[in-house]
Design a protein around this ligand. Structure first.
Ligand code: C2E
Ligand code: MG
Ligand code: MG
Ligand code: MG
Length: 287
């Protein structure tokens, strides 16, 4: 009886494992083919100045238009792309495409998510340098978003890469802040310019309670260290109001804008550009 059950359990796991291998192998082949067939594209989600509500920059977010499965989100393929090393060509494509797009957008910044394999892979600093040179984008307009996972392994080496990136003039932000184990240590040891507070803290924001206390503490930390702080995942007017009261620098979330196409970003920033041109024209006229 017990032996039988054991055999059944074994059979179940063996077939589940087999299926997983099959699924992963197929997905890997599909990612590879998808890169070649140009099935990947970027959406861009604006990041707003909390007080002026002007767009300060956009975050590039990868999407996959699969021939049969339709639109696939990064949650479904990034980790496999990471494990198989496919994230290296895919990530380089994201960097190139985002920097090229940003050259159409005047002076707003563009943020690109960097995965651990990409960061540790063969000369990431040289890749970023080449992409900047090819696109002509000013380095200060490119921001790289890193999670703690990127920095975990060899901290000396991570530090050298981060300083190499800073020497190029790009900005570094710590993504999903508050979800890791040693975010504070990383802020102390590495040259970050910005923090993005993880959306789970924003989701729980109430006028009183733990989430607000944590958000306020992170904002205080940002001020003390001279870092800009972005709140991710702002979905309600109440969250917006609390973040404004607490002087959070920048906001990103569905309340203001979903991730949208590059053409839509151009349309969204056009009024800002016109306003700025008016101010400049007035200043010239007055001088
Ligand atoms: P992330 O970098 O923390 O990006 C923020 C995620 O939150 C995005 O999900 C975005 O669409 C979503 N989001 C934005 N506003 C809201 C909101 O108000 N509410 C909620 N619930 N969600 C919101 P997305 O695009 O599915 O990306 C998920 C993750 O996949 C990203 O998290 C990032 O870690 C990764 N990712 C996306 N694109 C790339 C890429 O090009 N390279 C790498 N390495 N990772 C990427
Ligand atoms: Mg991000
Ligand atoms: Mg994040
Ligand atoms: Mg995230």
């Amino acid at each position: 009886e017990a032996k039988n059950a054991g055999r059944e359990t074994y059979r179940f796991f063996a077939s589940a494992m087999n299926d997983e291998v099959v699924v992963r192998t197929r997905l890997e082949a599909e990612i590879r083919a998808g890169i070649a067939a140009e099935e990947f594209f970027l959406l861009y989600q604006p990041r707003y100045d909390t007080h002026t509500m002007r767009i300060k920059g956009v975050e590039a977010l990868l999407r996959w238009r699969h021939p049969t499965r339709g639109l696939v989100s990064p949650a479904e393929f990034i980790s496999l792309a990471e494990e198989t090393g496919l994230i290296i060509p895919l990530g380089a494509w994201v960097l190139r495409t985002a920097c090229q797009a940003a050259t159409n957008w005047d002076d707003i910044g563009v943020s690109v998510n960097v995965s651990p394999a990409q960061f540790r892979g063969a000369d990431f600093v040289a890749t970023v340098r080449d992409v900047l040179a090819a696109s002509g984008l000013s380095p200060h307009r490119l921001e790289l978003e890193l999670t703690e996972g990127v920095l975990l392994e060899d901290t000396d080496r991570a530090g050298r890469i981060l300083h190499g990136l800073k020497e190029l003039g790009v900005l570094l932000s710590m993504d999903d802040f508050g979800t890791g184990y040693s975010s504070l240590g990383y802020l102390k040891n590495f040259p970050f310019d910005a923090i993005k507070i993880d959306q789970r803290f924003i989701a729980d924001l109430q006028p009183t309670g733990d989430a607000r206390a944590i958000v306020q503490a992170v904002l205080g930390l940002g001020r003390a260290l001279g870092l800009s702080v972005t709140a991710e995942g702002v979905e309600t007017p109440e969250q917006l109001m609390l973040l404004r009261m607490d002087n959070c620098s920048e906001l990103q979330g569905y309340l203001m804008s979903m991730p949208v196409s590059g053409a839509e970003i151009s349309a969204l920033i056009e009024p800002q550009r016109v306003r700025r041109d008016d101010v400049e024209a007035a200043a010239i006229a007055a001088s």
